[in-house]
Design a protein around this ligand. Structure first.
Ligand code: SF4
Length: 439
C-alpha cells in the first residue's frame, strides 16, 4: 500500500475523533482553481493563545483489538485497514509543514497489541519530530488509557496537548457498548497527566529550566446519543472531569447510525441541535459560573432543545430577575440571557462614567430580544414601569432627565419586546407623575 493510499484511509478514519476541533466545512475544488477544504486530514484547532491553526489529523492505524460498538474502527468492523510507520508520519508531517499546508499534527490510533505498544509508537513520532528534526509546530497526541505512566510523561514532554477519550458518559454505557474500556482506567490516565502537569508547572515557578509538560493541557471527547444517558448525565460527567482533571475542553460527538450496525445501537442519529445545546451548556459551566445541577436539574434531566440553556435557566428562575445593570455584580449579570461576558465587562466599564440606558445596550449589540425582559436600566423596567417612576422612588439624576425632558428618547423603538411596547403609555404616564413628585 502506498503512503498516499494509507493517507486516504487513515486521515478519513481520524475524522471521527472530535477532541481536536475541525471546521467541518465541505467545499470541493472544481479542478480549475486552487483550494479544497475537505482535503485529506487537514483540520483546524486552537492554540493556547487563541490562534486558529491547521493540523494534519491522522490515525497511526485503524486496526484495533477493541470492539467498541459505536466505532467504525472496532475489530469486528469490515473496513479497509492500514497502518503508518512512525517514520512515515514524521515525513508526512514535515512535508506538509514545509509546503505550509499545516502548522501541526493531531495523532491518534486504534489500539494494537497493547496500550503500551500503541503509546510507544505515538511517542516515537513526537519524539523524532522534536529531537531529530527540531519541529517547533503544534503536536496533539492521543493518550492511550491504561498505558504506562512513563509513556504519558514522555508524551507530555514532546506534545502540546494530550487527550484521553472518555468515550461515553457513564460506566454503565461503557459496559454496554465498549466492554474493554473502564472509566476508572481512563480517569487514571487523565489524573496522571493532570498531576504531572501540576508538578512540573509548580517546579517551573522555582526553576526556569524545568521543561514544559503538555502546555496546551488535556481534552477529551464523548459520544452522545448512542445510549439512553440523559443530558444531565452528560453535563454532570463533563463537570466532574473539569473539576477533577482541569481539562481544557470536553468535545461532544453526536452518534450517527451506520449500515448493519449492532442492534444495541439506536436507529436514529442524535439531533445536531442536541450537540449544539450541550456545547452551550459546557460554555456556561466554563465561562459563566453555572453548576451542572443548575443547567440540568434532577427534575428536568434533558435540555430544552428549542432554547439555549441560559434562557431556559432564566425562565426557571424568575425570582432572580430583573437584574439592575447599574448596580449588579459581574457574576449576576453573566446570568442574564443575551448578555455575553465581553458585553458584561463593557457594561462594567461604562458604569464608571454614566448610568446605563437601553441605548447603551443597543450600541453594544446586546440581543435585547432575549435580554430586555430580564434587565433594569435607568429608562427601562420590564413589566413594572410604575415601580421605577413612582413618586416615592428616589430617581437618579439621569432618570429625572429622561423623564422630564428626554421622553422623546424613549421611542417605541426602545422597546424590542411587544409587552414593553404595549406598556409605553403607562410608562410615560408614570414618568410624568414621577417628575411631578420629585421636582
Ligand atoms: S479503542 Fe478506540 S479505535 Fe478501538 S474500537 Fe474503541 S473507540 Fe474505536
Amino acid at each position: 500500500m502506498t503512503v498516499q493510499q494509507k493517507l486516504e484511509i487513515l486521515a478519513d478514519a481520524a475524522k471521527y475523533d472530535a477532541s481536536c476541533a475541525s471546521s467541518g466545512a465541505k467545499r470541493s475544488g472544481n479542478g480549475k482553481g486552487i483550494g479544497h477544504s475537505d482535503g485529506n486530514g487537514i483540520c483546524h484547532s486552537y492554540t493556547p493563545d487563541g490562534r486558529c491553526i491547521s493540523l494534519l489529523k491522522l490515525l497511526l492505524t485503524n486496526f484495533c483489538t477493541y470492539d467498541c460498538v459505536f466505532c467504525v474502527n472496532r475489530v469486528s468492523s469490515d473496513i479497509r485497514r492500514a497502518r503508518f510507520t512512525p517514520e512515515e508520519i514524521v515525513t508526512l508531517t514535515l512535508d506538509f509543514y514545509k509546503r505550509n499546508y499545516i502548522e501541526g499534527l493531531f495523532l491518534s490510533s486504534g489500539i494494537i497489541q497493547s496500550p503500551d505498544y500503541t503509546m510507544e509508537q505515538l511517542v516515537q513520532v513526537a519524539k523524532t519530530l522534536r529531537l531529530v528534526h527540531h519541529f517547533g509546530g503544534y503536536i496533539h497526541i492521543k493518550a492511550i488509557p491504561g498505558c504506562a505512566p512513563r509513556l504519558l510523561e514522555e508524551a507530555g514532554t514532546y506534545a502540546d496537548r494530550l487527550s484521553a477519550n472518555i468515550e461515553l458518559p457513564t460506566q454503565a454505557d461503557l459496559v454496554q457498548l465498549a466492554p474493554e474500556k473502564k472509566a476508572t482506567v481512563i480517569e487514571g490516565t487523565m489524573a496522571h497527566i493532570h498531576d504531572r502537569k501540576n508538578e512540573l508547572d509548580e517546579d517551573r515557578t522555582r526553576f526556569n529550566s524545568t521543561p514544559k509538560f503538555a502546555p496546551a493541557g488535556q481534552s477529551t471527547q464523548m459520544v452522545i446519543g448512542a445510549t439512553p444517558s440523559t443530558d444531565r448525565d452528560i453535563i454532570q460527567r463533563a463537570s466532574g472531569l473539569y473539576q477533577n482533571f482541569k481539562l481544557r475542553r470536553v468535545y461532544y460527538t453526536g452518534f450517527s447510525p451506520y449500515p448493519e450496525a449492532d442492534t444495541r445501537l439506536p436507529l436514529k442519529a442524535s439531533p445536531m441541535v442536541r450537540e449544539h445545546r450541550l456545547y452551550q451548556a459546557d460554555w456556561l459551566m466554563r465561562h459563566y459560573g453555572f453548576a451542572a445541577d443548575e443547567i440540568a436539574p434532577e427534575d428536568q434531566p434533558e435540555l430544552d432543545l428549542s432554547i439555549d440553556p441560559k434562557l431556559a435557566w432564566a425562565r426557571r428562575h424568575p425570582e432572580f430577575f430583573p437584574v439592575d445593570l447599574n448596580t449588579a455584580p459581574r457574576e449576576t449579570m453573566l446570568r442574564v440571557p443575551g448578555l455575553g461576558y465581553a458585553n458584561v465587562d463593557r457594561i462594567l466599564r461604562i458604569r464608571r462614567y454614566h448610568k446605563l440606558v437601553l441605548a447603551d445596550l443597543r450600541k453594544l449589540h446586546v440581543r435585547l430580544k432575549d435580554a430586555a425582559e430580564y434587565v433594569i436600566t435607568v429608562d427601562h423596567l420590564p413589566g413594572q414601569a410604575d415601580a421605577l417612576f413612582s413618586p416615592t422612588t428616589a430617581l437618579s439624576p439621569a432618570a429625572v432627565e429622561i423623564a422630564a425632558g428626554g421622553l422623546e428618547r424613549v421611542s417605541m423603538k426602545s422597546f424590542a419586546h411587544p409587552v414593553q411596547a404595549a406598556q409605553l403609555p403607562l410608562f410615560a404616564e408614570a414618568a410624568k407623575s414621577a417628575v411631578t413628585g420629585v421636582l
